[in-house]
Design a protein around this ligand. Structure first.
Ligand SMILES: [Zn+2]
Length: 278
């Protein structure tokens, strides 16, 4: 229902949306274009109109102050009776919903328009009002649990629920959980004297070189030591967190993993089993 006609160019700061019906006793099927500016003023009272089939009409240009709602309830009345016209978008819905139900297409059109405006002006449902929530009127002919006095042919609670419902978006393809690697990636171990080894591979014979190399490639901070059949372990090897002995005699040091077969082929099998966690 109309408020006061004003066509003042106004630098508006949109802070709210107010919903109206025409309240003129006519059904939704009568176009908004024939009913939202009955006195043929320069502009309709409303910024947008919603037809029975959900079509959205542009009414008053948004840079003009509206004329759809006067304040008669605190706190807005304390800001002046033009607060809503200055700071809110007025949506006029074709119909008189005290006499007619709202068609579903019109309901859906209204929902989509409000969602778009809320996004555009960074508003929420808390900034969206049926006219009768801010002024003593039956407009926009809806029922609303927060305003029990409102009665009409559509349900504002259902409207809020529909606005809150997110559009259907396809579910993202689930990212497979990466298999935890057993082995750290290869790191260049040429890091000088402060380099701390995680793993030291000790082997004794060139025939076990391949097995030792596989282990070193599949371990993290790692060094290989060939003992050339000498049983003593280099002092640097003792700094490592873990020593893996490949072939040859068992060193008997703390944390040693001893992988040795009767020959280099059997040693390679032992290394393979170890890498597979067997
Ligand atoms: Zn109204």
């Amino acid at each position: 229902m109309k408020g006061e006609i004003m066509s003042t160019l106004y630098n508006r700061k949109i802070q709210a949306i107010v919903l109206h019906h025409m309240g003129d006793g006519q059904s939704p099927s009568v176009s908004i274009l024939k009913r939202w500016n009955p006195h043929a003023y320069q502009f309709p009272e409303y910024d947008f109109g919603v037809e029975a089939d959900g079509t959205i009409r542009q009414g008053r240009p948004l840079n003009y102050q509206g004329s759809h709602c006067l304040s008669d309830k605190p706190p807005y009345s304390q800001k002046g009776d033009q607060w809503w016209n200055q700071n809110s978008i007025g949506i006029g819905i074709a119909g008189d919903f005290t006499k007619f139900p709202m068609p579903i297409a019109q309901f859906n059109g209204l929902v989509e328009l409000v969602k778009k405006l809320m996004s555009q002006y960074n508003l929420t449902l808390d900034n969206c009002y049926p006219h009768g929530q801010v002024t003593l009127t039956q407009c926009p002919g809806c029922t609303y649990s927060k305003v029990p006095a409102l009665k009409g042919g559509w349900n504002y609670d259902a409207f809020e629920t529909a606005v809150k419902s997110s559009p259907v978006v396809p579910k993202p393809t689930p990212v497979p959980t990466p298999v935890k690697p057993i082995i750290k990636p290869i790191i260049n171990n040429n890091k000088g004297v402060d380099f701390k080894m995680d793993v030291c591979i000790v082997y004794f014979s060139p025939s076990d070189f391949s097995s030792a190399l596989i282990l070193s490639r599949l371990n993290g901070n790692c060094a290989m030591f060939c003992r050339n059949s000498l049983p003593a372990v280099h002092a640097d090897a003792m700094k490592s967190l873990k020593i893996i002995t490949v072939g040859g005699p068992k060193l008997g040091v703390a944390g040693e993993v001893y992988l040795s077969g009767a020959d280099s082929a059997k040693t390679l099998i032992a290394v393979s089993n170890y890498l597979q966690g067997k």
